[in-house]
Design a protein around this ligand. Structure first.
Ligand SMILES: NC(=O)c1ccc[n+]([C@@H]2O[C@H](COP(=O)([O-])OP(=O)(O)OC[C@H]3O[C@@H](n4cnc5c(N)ncnc54)[C@H](O)[C@@H]3O)[C@@H](O)[C@H]2O)c1
Length: 322
């Protein structure tokens, strides 16, 4: 049995990874999550509820910044850290950059220290497409130099990658940074556009559309992301430190996304037009050639299928509540 420490394992992407590993078998999993109040604790608890009583999963309620984290995790050797916990979201990071820096940079550094002192051979880090900023040179490649993030959140993710690179060089551990591109699917964070659009269109409430609807995103279904993370966990190719894009490698305009959601729900959206938001980038677009080559990463979920899966999940949650 391999022992994986998964930070942020109660959240959207983290809980899907836990599902995948438990279904696969051969893993002992320790989740560290502090139920950050960014969204409800109840939602995060329900994400892992079906695994209650599963002896292969231990959930520790702790902050990655806690000084006694190592003691609380215990002496059972860790084969792999998958560091997913973060303060997520571009716009809120503009309001509270210090908290973002503390969790996403200092928190990552503390976990790298834990990995170093615990002789953990491999550290996988959740990074973000936001590190590319407004780089017009699409599709974005990992080797792109001179990245200029345009939000505190994006800057923290780039800084975390840099610390990963330093630790791989100095301390001989393998570090794999994964740049996720707009992830969606069942359990998606309630602050993210797809989740908000579904909820509001169904309720007949106006949706906020920032800008003229021509901004583009590379929407990536969560199962595809988890397949990429899982492949990265067993990475044998590349150098000690590597960065990989995990994206769908296709871009969808905001107005096309809204139309696709309208079609899935069978209702028209009421649009509340708002100016573009500071920190938001006009487009994201992953080049996944390197991820395909080294990780065999080949996302396979078309947007309409992923939106249907999200909708089915939403209906199931609503049915339980009634
Ligand atoms: N969702 C996306 O589209 C997207 C895109 C790019 C990158 N990412 C990155 O992927 C990761 C997961 O994102 P998500 O959408 O699943 O978010 P999420 O908020 O659902 O999950 C993050 C989890 O981390 C936990 N957490 C936050 N601060 C913590 C702390 N100090 N100590 C312990 N736990 C803490 C939260 O409680 C939460 O359960 C994040 O690192 C995020 O930056 C997400």
């Amino acid at each position: 049995m391999r022992h994986a420490l998964i930070t942020g394992g109660s959240g959207f992407i983290g809980s899907h990874l836990v599902d995948r590993l438990l279904a696969e078998g051969g893993w002992r999993i320790t989740v560290v999550d502090n139920y950050d109040p960014f969204y409800s604790r109840e939602v995060k608890e329900s994400n892992l509820a079906k695994h209650q009583g599963n002896g292969s999963l231990r959930v520790i309620e702790a902050d990655i910044l806690d000084d006694d984290l190592g003691e609380r995790i215990g002496s059972d050797p860790i084969d792999l850290i998958v560091h997913i916990a973060a303060k997520a979201g571009v716009r809120p990071s503009i309001k509270d950059p210090i908290a973002y820096h503390r969790v996403n940079v200092t928190g990552t550094l503390k976990l790298l220290e834990l990995a170093r002192h615990g002789n953990v051979p491999h550290f996988v880090l959740a990074s973000s497409s936001s590190v590319y900023g407004v780089d017009p040179n699409v599709p974005w490649k990992e080797q792109e130099l001179g990245l200029k993030p345009i939000s505190p959140y994006a800057a923290t993710k780039l800084a975390a990658e840099q610390f990963g690179q330093v630790y791989a060089r100095l301390h001989g551990m393998k570090v794999t940074a994964l740049r996720f591109f707009t992830v969606y699917g069942p359990r998606q964070r309630p602050d993210l556009a797809i989740h908000q659009f579904f909820r509001k269109i169904k309720a007949g409430v106006p949706i906020q559309q920032f800008g003229d609807g021509t901004t583009r995103r590379d929407y990536t279904f969560v199962d595809d992301i988890v397949t990429g993370v899982r492949a990265a966990m067993d990475r044998t190719k590349g150098e000690r430190f590597e960065i990989y894009n995990l994206g769908n490698s296709g871009t969808v305009m905001l107005k096309e996304l809204i139309a696709a959601i309208e079609a899935e729900i069978g209702m028209k959206a009421v649009i509340d037009l708002q100016p573009e938001q500071p920190g938001d980038v006009p487009q994201t677009f992953a080049d996944t050639g390197k991820s395909l080559r080294d990780l065999g990463f080949a996302p396979s979920t078309p947007l309409v299928v992923g939106l249907k899966r999200f909708h089915e999940w939403m209906l199931a949650v609503e049915a339980v509540k009634q």
